[in-house]
Design a protein around this ligand. Structure first.
Ligand code: IMP
Length: 193
């Protein structure tokens, strides 16, 4: 069965294909003939991921899933949240975003934060959503060089290391995206057999 993953991130696509196995062929946006960005106009990750999946389903008629994710910091009332990629401005630069977060958190004692990922799937005319959350803390200075985004500032609960100090494999086992993808894969494997 063929299923499109509405993302331009080929690393994510490969990761999901590995997890799903042979019963589904996961197609990239370019494989279905789509170029460019997909609209993300909403204020929540659930709505944005659903909008992206629905956009591809409407345009190309193919069953599809999409994801949206971000960091929610308790002391900042859930910011940067849905604006995680462009927290420090439209240049969408991770270093700028991290420096802004360090500044906003200076002197703040409540360091609790969580990453959240939402995946929306449209299959056989039905919509499904899957969520993954990882809780942790924001540290005061960046540590580690692996990963991306806010990884150097985030230590998951129960760990002393940041996401940027973990291997990709270690991070995937506990990360918000890893957990949401696992739920998607469990659902697809039930439907693919
Ligand atoms: P997207 O859903 O992949 O577009 O992610 C939105 C933004 O959230 C990214 O640009 C990052 O700033 C942040 N983000 C999402 N997931 C992670 C993660 O696993 N580590 C670090 N930052 C992340």
């Amino acid at each position: 069965m063929r299923l499109c993953f509405a993302t331009n991130n080929l690393h994510k696509l490969y990761e999901v294909q590995q997890l799903v196995g042979n019963s589904f062929k996961i197609l990239s946006l370019s494989e279905i003939g789509h170029q460019g960005d997909i609209p993300e106009d909403f204020e929540t990750m659930d709505e944005n991921s659903m909008q992206k999946a629905q956009f591809i389903k409407d345009q190309y008629g193919i069953d599809c899933f999409a994801d949206d994710s971000g960091l929610e910091v308790a002391a900042l009332n859930g910011a940067p949240g849905v604006y995680s990629a462009r927290y420090a401005g439209p240049q969408r630069n991770s270093r700028d975003n991290n420096l802004k977060l360090i500044k906003e958190m200076t002197g703040v004692t409540d360091r609790f934060a969580r990453f959240r990922a939402a995946i929306s799937l449209i299959i056989d005319q039905k919509a499904q959503q899957f969520e993954g959350i990882v809780e942790g803390h924001i540290i005061e200075e960046m540590r580690g060089s692996d990963g991306f985004g806010y990884d150097p500032l985030f230590t998951p609960k129960g760990y002393d290391v940041t996401f940027a100090e973990m291997s990709a494999e270690e991070k995937n086992k506990i990360s918000h995206r890893g957990l949401a993808v696992q739920k998607l894969v469990d659902y697809l494997n039930l439907h693919g057999t």
